[in-house]
Design a protein around this ligand. Structure first.
Ligand code: NDP
Length: 493
């Protein structure tokens, strides 16, 4: 008969046997984790001593994450509790996946209709046919609207033959008021061989594209065409005279765009001075100096986009005494009056900004003032502008450098800059960053300039111009509800 154990011994044995029993039970219920691997705390019968924190957020969706991040940034000990994945409806089942799918669907339908004839590939010939169709439609619409308005159209070259008198071929008209709105033309490249180069006017007549192209210039047209044509498969060398492209734009934006163009295969050459263009064996050679060194680049075509000169020749302006400025633009006062009574001028033929909406606004205001009601003049101090490159640029107001110069001291100006990859680019698998920069009065927070680089930038900047006219401040942006998910929301909140 076995000896009876002492009670102490039996307690000890029970203590050893207990885990064995628990292990068996765990196996019976199919638990995968042996009980001794479970952290001690979960085995504790008594609740653990409460841990002190400052802030608990329950729910890790958009609101919870925002609150937790803001609190933590303020030094608050914050705990966020979420039973599912962090991000909530917006990230997992809402805005983000929906918007990305909508990009995909949008591209698909654009490709299916817009590039139906070319098997989904960009094709210059097909594109030009489509462009010409739209241009023809607009031309017809313009003419039709003029007819419907009761405007008589004469075709021919007009010349001011005497004060108040205009000659068109054999016909002479007399008028009390004359408006010059003759526009501008591409500036000629004044170097030997400059006559060989194409201009932006020619591009739209090209039936096929050159395999390679040298673009001379660093302004709107050079940058836009370098960007567009490179995406049609042309190898582009861009020769820029200054140390950065788009001199009139904010430096951060122009640097970001140069980088984006370079990543797309455009070779950007800065600080260049073109000296000679020559042609041999069906190819062109452009010679230039770069920081004192002579260089050259060869291509199948050369495009110069170095500014546009006002169309003032052959109009008889000098004969009747219409004054021209240093740049040979027509000089006008604030009411678009030239130096000759009864003769007015608007748009690109004047010394002002060469932008379509500027010309349209000036012309409408003037017609109203001369013949009808007195309308409000557009505020030409706030001019939104865009460069339709890829990515596009939208800008309004002062650049950082202009703001500092105007303020007199750098510390009077503050900037906010955001760099981010848009959802559209994420969907497309493109890691390119968009850049949004605000230039602010450091004390009042008033927005002095907005400079955006993203394909949505031109659309955003139009409305932002309105906000700036109304004196928008950083505090207004922070208290305006951002629209999600958009690119514009990066300006708010
Ligand atoms: P821009 O005035 O925008 O730019 C001209 C560029 O050419 C500048 O980079 C200038 O350099 C450079 N340049 C001038 N002379 C030479 C030279 N001899 N050799 C090399 N580079 C030279 O003119 P664009 O022709 O691009 O456009 C004309 C106008 O049309 C613009 O002013 C704009 O208002 C309008 N436009 C607007 C568009 C839009 O709104 N998206 C699109 C297209 C045109 P530097 O800075 O050194 O003078």
């Amino acid at each position: 008969m076995p000896k009876r154990q002492s009670s102490a011994a039996s307690n000890e044995a029970a203590a050893v046997a207990a885990p064995v029993k628990e292990k068996r039970r765990a196996r019976e219920v199919g638990a995968e984790t042996p009980i001794e691997n479970v952290p001690r705390r979960t085995r504790a019968r008594r609740p653990a001593k409460p841990r002190e924190v400052d802030f608990v957020v329950i729910g890790g969706g958009s609101g919870g994450v925002a609150a937790a991040r803001r609190a933590a940034a303020l030094g608050v000990r914050t705990v966020l509790v979420e039973r599912d994945a962090i991000g909530g409806t917006c990230v997992h089942r809402g805005c983000v996946p929906k918007k990305m799918l909508s990009y995909g669907a949008g591209w698909a339908s654009i490709l299916a209709t817009g590039l139906a004839n070319t098997g989904g590939k960009e094709d210059w010939r097909d594109a030009i046919v489509r462009v010409n169709a739209e241009v023809a439609r607009l031309t017809a619409t313009f003419s039709q609207r003029l007819h419907e308005s009761g405007v008589e159209i004469l075709h021919g070259d007009a010349e001011l033959s005497a004060p108040g008198e205009i000659r068109i071929g054999n016909e002479t008209l007399r008028a009390r008021k004359i408006l010059l709105s003759t526009g501008a033309h591409p500036r000629a490249l004044a170097v030997p061989g400059g006559e060989l180069v194409s201009t932006s006017d020619d591009i739209f007549t090209w039936q096929s594209l050159p395999g390679s192209l040298v673009v001379i210039g660093g302004g709107y047209i050079a940058v836009e065409q370098a960007s567009i044509l490179s995406r049609y498969g042309v190898k582009v060398d861009l020769l820029v005279r200054e140390d950065r492209l788009l001199q009139r734009f904010d430096a951060d934006i122009s640097r970001a765009l140069a980088e984006a163009l370079a990543n797309k295969g455009v070779r950007v050459h800065l600080n260049t001075e073109v000296t000679l263009v020559s042609q041999a064996n069906g190819a062109y050679e452009v010679c230039y100096t770069q920081q004192g060194r002579k260089q050259s680049v060869r291509a199948q075509a050369v495009l110069a986009a170095i500014g546009r000169d006002p169309n003032v020749e052959g109009l008889g302006l000098e004969a009747v005494g219409v004054a021209l400025g240093e740049e040979r633009g027509i000089v006008v006062d604030k009411q678009f009056r030239t130096s000759v009574r009864g003769v007015y001028a608007v748009g690109d033929c004047t010394e002002g900004l060469q932008l379509t909406p500027v010309a349209v606004s000036q012309a409408r205001w003037l017609a109203d003032r001369l013949f009808g009601k007195r309308g409000d003049m557009v505020d030409f101090d706030v001019v939104p502008t865009a460069v339709f490159s890829e990515p596009a640029i939208g800008a309004v107001g002062l650049t950082e450098a202009e703001a500092i110069e105007a303020a007199g001291k750098p510390e009077r100006i503050r900037t906010e800059i955001r760099r981010f990859v848009s959802l559209e680019n994420r969907f497309a698998g493109v890691s390119r960053q968009s850049v949004f920069k605000l230039v602010l009065n450091a004390r009042s927070g008033r927005v002095l300039g907005a400079h955006l680089m993203d394909n949505a930038a031109p659309e955003i900047i139009q409305v932002f111009a309105l906000a700036m006219r109304l004196g928008v401040k950083a505090s207004h942006l922070k208290t305006t509800l951002p629209l999600h998910p958009t690119v514009a929301e990066e300006l708010f909140g």
